[in-house]
Design a protein around this ligand. Structure first.
Ligand SMILES: [Mn+2]
Length: 429
């Protein structure tokens, strides 16, 4: 579904006075407001193809209707989000579900929406119907070299698909591990996984003027294996990435930690070591809940962005392009597109707040052991309402002041159900 730009213009016109009034405080009182707006305009968050359908749990899945039935329809959905918020300018594909039949046509379609292809994702955590060997006991760690080779070949195939589309990163998330004590030789599992990753790493395209490929090694503390995960924490991911070489990085998925992990500290250290590659944003109450970013722990999201901005600036990194920014969430009871609009906004709010932190004053407070002042400096920003800045960035980029309200006003979901049917189920979840 293509959005008529006139709808956005009308929507913004109707809200213009109210928006200006909310923005006036920032425009008149806060010196950094214009800087923040420009940073927000540049900042794009990739939408994963698997988040466009209603997620579920192992207990069931309740489709909301009108879900995308093909890669083309997934791209259209992300294009629609991007037209509304101008901040979702990339899609992250999941292979084997998103293999393009006509690469040129897919690139053209994505380009017409202003979308780039972010990291491509392999899948060796379940068996496909046409797959000769099973991943029941792991993929890259498997005791049988033939199974490992099958998983290596799949990852290399994913790189080739990404290369054809203009992607520049492969994300490897492994469910490999063990469910019971004694099942696995940890040392052999690590070595086999490392050896397999080396073979995949060697297949990354060489650096060129237009592309500099990266491999993201994503970790997860538990699930689906419940005793050990072979890439179980940031330490093991960092170890793999360090041993693999300069193109390998750690990918942080917010839900993949044990409860109460200090993710902002992990981020700070990885950035300092030059090994942070990217993010999967979501939120978590208990485990890998894959809830909407910022819906449970918005302060943690802000603190993470506080470290990101601080660390990226310390290393002279480009906020918009030097790390991979992706959402990895599920939406069991929500319209996926509405949920993604909420997630992107929450990420932008946390980023805007982090940009506003007075870093000179914060360092002074730290050096003086003024704990109260340091806390005040962070909380003062966190408690300020930066939504007018985010809305202004959207407006200037051609998006809607209130994307969610416009989405609802236009009855987008009803149109999608009419177009695609009520019983469609998106693939790749
Ligand atoms: Mn993830």
């Amino acid at each position: 579904m293509l959005l008529n730009p006139q709808y956005i213009a009308d929507h913004n016109q109707l809200r213009s006075d109210s928006h200006r009034s909310k923005l006036s405080y920032w425009a008149n009182e806060v010196e950094k407001a214009e800087f923040v707006i420009q940073k927000l305009i540049d900042f794009q968050i990739a939408i994963p193809s698997w988040a466009l359908g209603t997620g579920g749990t192992r207990f069931g899945r309740f489709s909301g209707g009108g879900e995308p039935r093909s890669l083309e329809e997934k791209i259209d959905d992300v294009g629609l989000l991007h037209a509304l918020n101008r901040s979702s300018g990339a899609i992250s594909l999941h292979i084997p579900w998103d293999i393009p039949k006509d690469v040129a046509a897919i690139r053209q379609q994505a380009g017409s929406h202003g979308l780039a292809f972010d990291a491509v994702n392999s899948n060796t955590f379940q068996d496909q119907s046409d797959q000769p060997l099973s991943y029941k006991f792991g993929s890259l760690q498997h005791v049988d070299k033939a199974v490992r080779q099958q998983a290596i070949d799949h990852n290399i195939e994913v790189i080739r698909h990404g290369e054809a589309l203009g992607s520049q990163a492969l994300t490897v998330w492994l469910s490999d591990g063990s469910c019971f004590p004694g099942q696995l030789n940890f040392r052999k599992a690590f070595e086999r996984t490392l050896e397999s990753l080396h073979e995949i790493y060697a297949a990354l395209p060489p650096d060129s003027d237009t592309a500099r490929w990266k491999m993201f090694v994503e970790y997860k503390a538990f699930e689906p294996n419940f005793y050990s995960m072979t890439v179980g924490d940031w330490g093991s991911s960092f170890l793999y990435a360090s041993k693999l070489g300069p193109k390998a990085y750690t990918l942080v998925d917010l839900g993949h930690h044990l409860p109460n992990a200090n993710i902002e500290q992990i981020v700070a250290i990885l950035l300092q070591e030059g090994k942070l590659g990217g993010f999967h944003f979501n939120d978590s109450k208990y485990g890998d809940d894959d809830l909407t970013a910022g819906s449970i722990k918005p302060y943690q999201l802000f603190l993470i962005f506080n470290e990101l901005v601080d660390g990226m600036d310390a290393h002279g990194m480009n906020h918009a392009t030097d790390l991979g920014w992706m959402i990895d969430a599920s939406h069991n009871v929500k319209d996926p597109l509405e949920d993604l609009l909420q997630s992107v906004e929450a990420i932008q709010i946390a980023y805007a707040q982090a940009l506003l932190v007075d870093r000179v004053a914060l360092e002074e407070a730290r050096e003086a052991n003024d704990v109260v002042q340091a806390q005040e400096l962070l909380q003062d920003v966190f408690r300020s309402d930066v939504r007018p800045l985010v809305a202004e960035a959207r407006r200037r980029a051609g998006g809607a002041l209130d994307p969610l309200a416009l989405f609802r006003q236009l009855n987008v979901r009803d149109s999608l159900i009419r177009e695609r049917g009520a019983k469609t189920v998106a693939t790749g979840l």
